[in-house]
Design a protein around this ligand. Structure first.
Ligand code: NAD
Ligand code: MG
Length: 299
């Protein structure tokens, strides 16, 4: 191969880890710093090209996994970012802030619990105030608890999952709409589970379907304001969600290997879709769902 192109093209089958993962269990919501191996959120690989220069973005779940990859990418593309996370995730946040501050990026921290309506509303106001504006919502936070029997799903689990995954989107968007200018973008995070629900993720899959209906309806409602809304639907991605109760432990050794690309994805592989959907490059894209699934296509 021509030396010039050697770094640009890579076999996706072998680009990231193909082996499975060892069983490991952490308390929800998990710390990625303590995972083996640590997920790749693009810390070393993501290179920005000014695609979000001057933008001001609120990212929920920005401490770890997909949200962390989005935070790194948005910051390196030139956006000022505000990150929401849970108090217990401080260790992941500290390492992220250290990384981005070395690169002179602006990062505002807004810890808090998305099951709390008052907090969701406060989070939006604070992001707007501290960033000096707000034009991008990357709503990535999510809760997933695996239960093989519907009778084992407690009302507390059901309520928490719906609160984090869908209710918080309503509260956050309600509070943000009057602050968002024309050209602003909203990106939600659905899942392959909305299309091919696993038998052990009934409540989670239901919320991920709801997110798609919410995002598409919202996109049509706010199109006249010049604000776009889209969703990303990941397949199996190696993140703390999977090792903090979101997955049956016995599935970890072969996690992701049933996809056509025969491996789990890494959070870094999602970042550019969130960048595209936030940026002006996607100006004619709204009410859309983008799959990043390793080949388990949507629909
Ligand atoms: P992750 O654990 O790194 O991120 C989830 C984040 O949600 C946590 O970091 C936490 O900050 C946040 N969160 C959870 N409960 C919260 C609460 N009550 N208050 C505030 N924040 C809360 O895992 P991830 O896999 O990167 O998850 C990101 C999104 O991707 C989620 O919406 C998830 O459903 C979705 N997703 C993940 C996969 C996958 O295979 N990992 C597949 C499809 C969809
Ligand atoms: Mg986390």
């Amino acid at each position: 191969m021509d030396k010039k192109f050697e770094n640009r093209i890579q076999n996706p089958l072998t680009q990231y880890r193909q082996d499975g993962y060892s069983k490991q269990l952490q308390e929800y919501p998990g710390i990625q710093y303590e995972m083996e191996p640590i997920p790749d959120c693009g810390e070393k690989s993501y290179k920005g090209n000014g695609r979000l220069q001057g933008r001001k973005a609120l990212i929920t779940g920005g401490d770890s996994g997909i949200g962390r990859a989005v935070a790194i990418a948005y910051a390196r593309e030139g956006a000022d970012i505000a990150i929401n996370y849970m108090d217990s995730e401080r260790k992941d946040v500290d390492s992220l802030v250290e990384l981005l501050e070395k690169e002179s990026k602006k990062v505002v921290l807004i810890p808090g619990d998305l099951t709390d309506e008052k907090f969701c509303r406060k989070m939006v106001k604070e992001a707007h105030e501290k960033l000096g504006g707000l034009d991008t919502l990357a709503l990535v936070a999510g809760k997933q608890v695996s239960k093989t029997d519907i009778e084992e799903i407690t009302t507390e689990q059901l309520t928490d999952t719906f609160n984090v995954n869908i209710f918080s989107l309503f509260w956050t968007v309600q509070e943000a709409l009057s602050l968002l200018p024309a050209g602003a973008t909203i990106i939600t995070t659905s899942s392959i589970q909305a299309y091919q629900p696993s038998p052990d993720l009934l409540d989670y899959a239901a919320t991920k379907s709801a997110i798609i209906a919410f995002t598409r309806g919202l996109a049509k409602q706010i199109a006249s304001k010049g604000i776009r809304a889209n969703s990303v639907a990941p397949g199996p991605i190696w993140t703390p969600l999977q090792i903090s109760g979101g997955q049956q432990q016995e599935k970890l050794p072969k996690f992701g290997q049933q996809t056509p690309l025969k491996r789990a994805g890494q959070p870094a592989e999602l970042a550019s879709v969130y960048v595209f959907l936030a940026s002006q490059e996607s100006s004619y894209v709204t009410a859309e769902v983008y799959g990043v699934t390793g080949g388990h296509h949507l629909g």
